[in-house]
Design a protein around this ligand. Structure first.
Ligand SMILES: NS(=O)(=O)N[C@@H](CCC(=O)O)C(=O)O
Ligand SMILES: [Zn+2]
Length: 309
């Protein structure tokens, strides 16, 4: 479990309990499901938030996934904050209600349960990033769009950016990709927008990560300009820095390159608080959870708006 001083963070069991509570308290607008199992066999839960959540309605869909990197526990709190905001707020906040009534929101709070559990299991943070398959795969280098193409990942299993033995060799990235593939209905991808939540550095990142070029196959100037415009608009609300993923460093096999490259999903990576610091930047005090999750409310609302454009 988390060290005593950081018990404000939800461990895997507490996260699961939060999902069950959201369903119990908001049965009409919250439905729990699973995208599959981790390497060690843990269920990877997902919550759907929408009016008539048990039905697939013809409404734009938005996906949020968190804690793909094990040590980035603040992102699990971000996904739980999104869940609480759009369920608890439904009955009291008309703006929240109109969003929930016009969208289907998918939330995966812990994309990498094995790594996340391992990182805190001993009561001392391990600084762990990857999944727990062999020496660990960096699932954010394991996606199948231009996998391993461009020096943005490692072939060394001991590296923190090990891309895996093949695209989607990691059960966790494969499970999330399988879910997204399943949202192609009548030949049309129903998910319109997505955020993959990470820490840290306070950045809003858009594809592509595999190339320094703004435009490339599958990314026209107009499409790039929309990413930059909306990315900048979101960053203005949370004080993060907006930039193309590759402006940080080249990454290949990343989640957002696949979301856009394969499905044209308007997909961003958010790097949350703090803006800097060494390894301890991954372990902020639990006192910041409320502030640093609510800090992204306006950006989340912008993305939910954009899903309807
Ligand atoms: N969360 S993090 O690992 O420090 N940064 C991400 C950046 C992701 C990206 O550039 O798309 C990564 O390297 O996978
Ligand atoms: Zn990360």
């Amino acid at each position: 479990d988390f060290p005593p001083a950081d018990r404000g963070f939800h461990n895997f069991d507490e996260m699961n309990a939060e999902l069950d509570k959201a369903v119990q308290d908001h049965r009409a607008i919250a439905v729990r499901s699973s995208i599959g199992r981790s390497y060690q066999g843990r269920d990877i839960p997902m919550l759907k938030i929408s009016d008539n959540a048990a039905q697939d309605e013809n409404e734009p869909e938005v996906l949020f996934n968190c804690n793909q990197h094990a040590r980035e526990h603040l992102t699990t709190e971000m996904c739980l904050h999104i869940i609480n905001r759009f369920t608890d707020g439904y009955a009291t906040n008309p703006a929240v209600k109109s969003v929930v009534d016009s969208r289907e929101i998918w939330v995966v709070p812990v994309t990498n349960p094995d790594g996340s559990v391992y990182d805190v299991a001993s009561g001392q943070y391990q600084g762990w990033r990857k999944n727990r398959q062999g020496s660990g795969t960096d699932t954010n280098r394991n996606w199948g769009y231009r996998w391993g193409c461009c020096g943005g990942s490692s072939s060394n299993p001991n590296s923190d950016t090990y891309r895996g033995s093949a695209a989607f060799s990691a059960p966790e990235s494969a499970a999330l990709a399988r879910f997204v593939d399943s949202r192609v209905v009548g030949g049309k991808q129903q998910i319109r927008a997505h955020i993959d939540w990470h820490t840290f550095s306070e950045l809003v990142l858009w594809p592509y990560g595999y190339t320094y070029n703004n435009t490339a196959e599958g990314m026209t100037q107009q499409e790039y300009d929309r990413f930059a415009r909306v990315g900048t608009e979101m960053a203005r609300t949370n004080g993060y820095t907006p930039q193309q993923s590759s402006d940080l460093y080249i990454t290949d096999g990343s989640t957002t390159d696949w979301m856009w490259g394969k499905h044209k999903i308007f997909s961003f990576t958010f790097e949350m608080y703090p803006s800097g610091g060494g390894i301890d930047g991954f372990y902020p005090d639990d006192e910041v959870i409320g502030r640093e999750t609510a800090r992204n409310d306006a950006a989340v609302d912008i993305l939910l708006r954009e899903a309807g454009v």
